[in-house]
Design a protein around this ligand. Structure first.
Ligand code: AMP
Ligand code: MG
Length: 352
């Protein structure tokens, strides 16, 4: 156990003094958790191999899962990448600062721990004012995976980070809820065509609006259990209770859920249902059900913002089983669907 300093900052007007202290901790090799617009990150300066290794130890992260490097100035891309294809610069200009991570061939000098031995590096320039200011004050690239214990839902509130990492790292900066709520889009730019390895805050539609229709490869494997990014092979984002992801007609799903609830009552079990406002009343008036809403089905951004928080709430509520109604796969809904699929162990069930 170490003493973790927890500081609360206003995301609109971050306190310079507090962030300067955080930057000093990073520069001397400490670990700091900080908010980004996607989820909270657990940062270490990339050139400090011991601190980078510490990230893996603290999170319990498998050593073959590389880290995303965070920068605050676009030009830092040249310090990290050996080659920067034209598309990378176009995308950086359009989507940075923001939730897009680009995979590029890495320069020598980037410690192998950061890229987990791969010849590539993942780079992102976040838009959250606290992240940007912290990175500016640190003035060195910062490797930062999500600030959760490996396998647990990613943290979208300071309180989630405190639950997972208090007593394990030097500092936690709490600036409230993160906003986008799902992690960045990971886009591989090392092949012939850009490939989405992980759907996220920047949607395929947004990328193709810049690169041209059909320009982006979205591998089929994205939505089954085959891993693309090394990190996607693990059971991820998972609450403690088993989660089942359901597709099908709303009416049929509601009937199915009602049956499960009745069975659960007989077995003395508690069920959690993750769905949309429209699903709220069903199955109704059953105390064994705890309903968690992803907001309006018509607005996938609401579901993205809430998803990880809801998965943690399911744990707190102590449910025995979780049923999730599959999100519509448009816009950022694709990322919500992908995370639920991983939480469900790669399986989606069509209810007929
Ligand atoms: P996290 O920061 O915990 O959300 O995880 C970062 C994600 O980016 C993981 O799925 C990694 O496997 C992926 N990633 C990081 N670096 C690379 C890379 N060089 N090539 C492919 N995927 C990467
Ligand atoms: Mg993660």
């Amino acid at each position: 156990m170490i003493k973790t300093e927890i500081i609360r900052v206003n995301p609109e007007a971050p306190d310079e003094g507090a962030l300067a202290q955080a930057a000093a901790i990073l520069r001397r090799g400490g670990l700091v958790a900080f908010p980004t617009e996607t989820v909270y990150g657990l940062g270490a300066v990339i050139y400090n191999r011991v601190s980078v290794k510490n990230i893996f130890t603290v999170k319990g992260r498998p050593g073959d899962n590389p880290l995303i490097v965070h920068i605050y100035r676009e030009e830092q891309i040249f310090e990290l990448a050996r080659e920067t294809p034209a598309a990378a610069m176009v995308l950086a200009r359009r989507f940075w600062p923001g939730p897009l991570t680009m995979i590029l061939p890495k320069r020598e000098g980037i410690p192998v721990e950061v890229s987990a031995g791969l010849p590539t590096v993942a780079i992102r320039l976040p838009s959250h004012p606290v992240a940007r200011e912290l990175l500016r004050l640190t003035d060195l690239p910062v490797a930062a995976p999500s600030a959760n214990l490996s396998g647990r839902p990613s943290p979208t509130r300071g309180s989630h980070v405190i639950t997972d990492l208090n007593g394990k790292i030097e500092m936690i900066i709490d600036a409230g809820p993160t906003g986008v709520g799902v992690e960045s889009t990971v886009l591989d730019l090392t092949g012939l065509r850009p490939r989405i390895l992980r759907p996220g805050g920047v949607t395929r539609e947004m990328l193709e609006a810049v690169l041209g229709a059909g320009a982006v490869e979205t591998p089929e494997a994205l939505n089954d259990s085959r891993p693309l990014a090394p990190g996607m092979k693990y059971r991820h984002y998972a609450p403690q209770a088993p989660l089942r992801l359901l597709t099908g007609e709303t009416r049929v799903i509601h009937t199915f859920l009602q049956e499960r609830v009745d069975q659960a009552r007989q077995a003395g079990k508690k069920i959690g249902v993750i769905g949309y406002d429209e699903d709220q009343g069903i199955p109704s008036c059953r105390t064994e059900v705890t309903f968690f809403s992803l907001g309006r089905r018509s607005n996938p951004a609401e579901g993205a913002e809430r998803l990880f928080h809801l998965l943690r709430l399911c744990d707190q509520a102590g449910v025995d089983e979780i049923y999730a109604v599959a999100p519509p796969r448009t816009g950022v809904g694709e990322a919500v669907y992908n995370r639920l699929l991983k939480a469900a162990g790669g399986k989606v069930e069509e209810i007929k």
